[in-house]
Design a protein around this ligand. Structure first.
Ligand SMILES: [Zn+2]
Length: 344
């Protein structure tokens, strides 16, 4: 993903080597299309005084530690982008963990004709009382850091937070959600090919392969009456840094940003959320483009480890993963109430 703009004064003063790299990847606003089918679209920060009173849903004790163990195991596989040994081992790892919880994993494997690369999206469905579904997603691929023209872009990269954290979080949320009786169907999706093949973002021309495909397939199936609608989408990307800071991602649907902020207030996690407000292109963008309300829980802007060799488990914390799990579990009933129950 890539950042678009900063509303934080003084960001330039705080530039690290990594952040200056991030700014070089900055893309103009035209990269993400506004959500034209929803009148909700508004790229200004929410009013943090307008909090919805939500009951805090705390994640089971030890969830963060178990997620952290997944992150370490995934990083031990090395780089995990298409064509690497770690990539195929990771698919089996994800599959194995979900199967151990009694969940049936769907694999969607395809070869991109232009890139001649094979990608795989993985997903599991937790049936609800209605077919309308809420998608909770991450990306499992890691940034390719070899073969780039600039030698600075070639280094050993294991993507602990960037790739690993969202994947680990979904693996641990799966049994928790499966044990509940959700009203909406929940689909957990592990996207492949989120990262740009070019070092730069280039308006996602060579990125977001998995989410673009997923949304296109969904739209086709919806038109044919083979699938019911996706009511909302929640994306987790870089959610486990020690000094966790989930920015207010400004392309995300305002109502969902309000729900995220309200969940942070309910759980007492305000310190980890919305100190900055900035847009980021990510796997939620294809969903927003077709009018699906979406929110990105992302720790991009100001993250000194992003796309560097320092994105390792040592710079992550099980407490941060636990916080993220609290937020997701607290948000979900309100997302269901807003986007599913009110539409039944
Ligand atoms: Zn990345």
């Amino acid at each position: 993903m890539t950042m678009r703009r900063s509303t934080t004064i003084g960001i330039v003063l705080a530039l690290t080597a990594c952040l200056s790299a991030a700014l070089r990847h900055q893309t103009p606003a035209v990269g993400a299309q506004p959500n034209t089918q929803s009148s909700e679209q508004d790229e200004t920060p929410i009013d943090q005084k307008k909090v919805i009173a939500l009951p805090a849903v705390k994640a089971p004790e030890g969830l963060g530690q178990r997620a952290m163990a997944h992150v370490r195991a995934l990083c031990d596989l090395g780089p995990r982008y298409s064509g690497t040994p770690g990539w195929s081992k990771q698919l089996d790892y994800i599959d194995g963990v979900l199967q151990s919880h009694g969940l049936k994993v769907h694999r969607d494997t395809w070869t991109d004709r232009k890139e001649l690369l094979t990608f795989t999206n993985l997903s599991v469905t937790i049936p609800g009382k209605v077919k309308d579904r809420i998608v909770i997603a991450c990306h499992h691929d890691t940034k390719c850091t070899s073969g780039h023209a600039d030698p600075e872009h070639n280094f050993h990269f294991v993507g602990a937070n960037d790739g690993g954290s969202g994947t680990a979080m979904l693996l641990e949320l799966a049994p928790v959600l499966a044990a509940t009786q959700p009203h909406a169907t929940i689909e957990l999706v592990f996207f492949d090919g989120e990262e740009s093949l070019d070092w730069r973002w280039n308006l996602a021309a060579r990125a977001l392969f998995g989410s673009k495909r997923y949304v296109k397939n969904h739209r086709d199936a919806l038109l044919l009456g083979k699938e019911s609608r996706i009511a909302a989408m929640v994306l987790l990307d870089m959610v486990g840094r020690t000094d966790l800071h989930l920015q207010e991602e400004l392309y995300s649907t305002p109502k969902l940003r309000t729900i995220l902020w309200s969940a942070a207030v309910a759980c007492g996690h305000q310190a980890s959320v919305f100190r900055r407000a900035e847009g980021a292109h990510d796997d939620h963008s294809p969903f927003l483009d077709v009018g699906i309300p979406s929110v990105d829980l992302i720790d991009l802007n100001g993250n000194p480890h992003w796309h560097t060799a320092a994105d390792t488990p040592e710079n992550m914390s099980d407490k941060s993963l636990q916080i993220t799990a609290d937020l997701v579990l607290t948000m979900l009933p309100e997302i269901e109430r807003t986007y599913v129950l009110s539409k039944d």
